[in-house]
Design a protein around this ligand. Structure first.
Ligand code: ATP
Length: 229
């Protein structure tokens, strides 16, 4: 589903590469944690999958296509197939919970009928059907992140990318978000999540890819945050 072939990314004007000859294969339906200290290249890897930035050398494939060879007009279609969740939620503050989720469907060209059917269903999935008419600032951080997850999932993307989704949440709330991501993963969505959250990674025992100064130093099935046999 996602394939990096000797991917190097060097930002202009910086010393070393942010990613250095990274080769990784993620199969459809996998759940992968991307770990490593701050600046090790996790966000860069995620941005490359979304074609928000391009590799200096090497190739990035998503669903069999080398995405840096996609014509510019095809990039929005690529991004529509990838849901994103970030540490800071990124909700539209002037729209209600339901409108935030509906907006993601409207911009991807769904009919009002589809929106009416899928928004309540997805809000129910994340446990927020009773708060559909609230504004984001009337919700807790955990609830706001649930809205962001609903928005990312409502278009049933083939890939879900999460960059520190639990970074602003307490441990109990984080577990709730991870249960949701796990459920989404079980529907066949490939999940790639960058995180510093030791507790979550140790608890979930999924594949762990560890970066250090832009290099993959560990790629382990059912791994923990730090290396364990
Ligand atoms: N737009 C940019 N321009 C220049 N350098 C950048 C840019 N984005 C990232 N970098 C550099 O690339 C390296 C990798 O950064 P990246 O954000 O990918 O790391 P990260 O592992 O996601 O870090 P964190 O855990 O702090 O989010 C860092 O040295 C960073 O300073």
């Amino acid at each position: 589903m996602i394939r990096f072939e000797k991917v190097t990314k060097t930002y202009p004007g910086t010393g070393g590469p942010a990613l250095d000859q990274v080769s990784v294969d993620v199969e459809k339906g996998e759940f992968v944690f991307l770990v490593g200290s701050s600046g090790s290249g996790k966000s860069t890897a995620l941005r490359l999958i979304l074609r928000e930035t391009r590799p200096t050398s090497g190739r990035v494939y998503v669903a069999g296509k080398e995405i840096n060879r996609l014509a510019g007009w095809k990039v929005p279609r690529l991004r529509r197939q990838i849901g994103t969740v970030f540490q800071d939620f990124r909700l539209l503050q002037s729209k209600t919970v339901a409108e935030n989720v509906a907006f993601a469907m409207q911009v991807t060209g769904h009919s009002p009928k589809e929106v009416r059917a899928l928004v309540p269903e997805t809000l129910e999935l994340v446990g927020l059907d009773s708060k559909a008419d609230r504004l984001p600032d009337e919700l807790s951080g955990g609830e706001q992140q649930r809205v962001a997850v609903a928005r990312a999932f409502v278009n049933r993307p083939m890939i879900l990318i999460a960059d520190e989704p639990t970074g602003n949440l307490d441990p109990t709330t984080s577990v709730g978000i991870m249960k949701l991501l796990d459920r989404i993963n079980r529907t066949g969505t490939t999940v790639v999540m960058a995180t510093h959250d030791h507790g979550i990674v140790d608890q979930m025992r999924k594949r762990v890819i560890e970066l250090d100064h832009g290099k993959v130093i560990r790629d382990q099935a059912q791994g923990a945050y730090g290396f364990q046999h």
